[in-house]
Design a protein around this ligand. Structure first.
Ligand SMILES: Cc1cc2nc3c(=O)[nH]c(=O)nc-3n(C[C@H](O)[C@H](O)[C@H](O)COP(=O)(O)O)c2cc1C
Length: 192
């Protein structure tokens, strides 16, 4: 398939479009293996993935619900809590995206964060190239909280960059739309 079409057809597909059916673990391994081929400076391969599925998803969403209840204060909204509960039966796999900093001299941490984003794009394109499945990168303040860091049992040199939700699509699911402003608005050529 044309690379331009694969890139443009990649979409964020949200959890309310998921049927709850489970994707095979083998397929998830294949996508993660594609993620593993991302470019990275000094070959530090700084991406780490914690994959939640089955009963693991209950642990994950109970943790997020608990953190939400602890931190929401005046902003508390029951609908958010209901959303975490619903996700237990929508999501097939939730992948915690983690950067593992090597602390190599001459390697600014941002380069390793950038490499992890490249790995996630490989994963995302791999998912998009497959019929009947979808997913997206989800952040939100809870995944950056120390409580979530501890839940994932991350080391001091590791940081969670969000969750990648994966699911099988409902047969009558809405195909998401997306748009971009023209590339010409974002490019400067220096040729003299
Ligand atoms: C680093 C990162 C974090 C994101 N976090 C969220 C999020 O928390 N919630 C959400 O709805 N979408 C999130 N997204 C997905 C974007 O909303 C989505 O990419 C954007 O709307 C464009 O849609 P498209 O991916 O279908 O082209 C995130 C994307 C990236 C790259």
């Amino acid at each position: 398939m044309d690379i331009g079409k694969i890139i443009r057809d990649r979409r964020s597909v949200f959890t309310n479009q998921f049927s709850g059916e489970r994707i095979s673990d083998d397929l998830v391994w294949e996508w993660l293996d594609n993620a593993n081929w991302a470019p990275n400076h000094y070959h530090t391969e700084p991406w780490r993935f914690n994959v939640f599925t089955g009963a693991g998803l209950h642990r994950l969403f109970d943790q997020l619900a608990m953190q939400y209840q602890t931190s929401a204060g005046d902003q508390f909204n029951q609908a958010k809590l209901d959303k975490y509960e619903a996700r237990k039966s929508q999501v097939s796999h939730a992948i915690a995206i983690v950067v593992h900093h090597s602390n190599k001299p001459n390697l600014p941490p941002v380069e390793e964060t950038a490499a992890v984003a490249c790995a996630v794009q490989n994963l995302w394109l791999s998912v998009s190239a497959h019929e009947g499945v979808g997913g997206y990168w989800s952040t939100g303040k809870l995944v950056f909280e120390p409580a979530f860091h501890n839940f994932l049992k991350l080391a001091d040199n590791e940081h969670c960059l969000g969750l990648f939700y994966l699911g099988c699509l409902k047969p009558d699911g809405i195909k998401p739309q997306s748009k971009r402003q023209p590339i010409a608005d974002k490019v400067t050529w220096i040729n003299e």
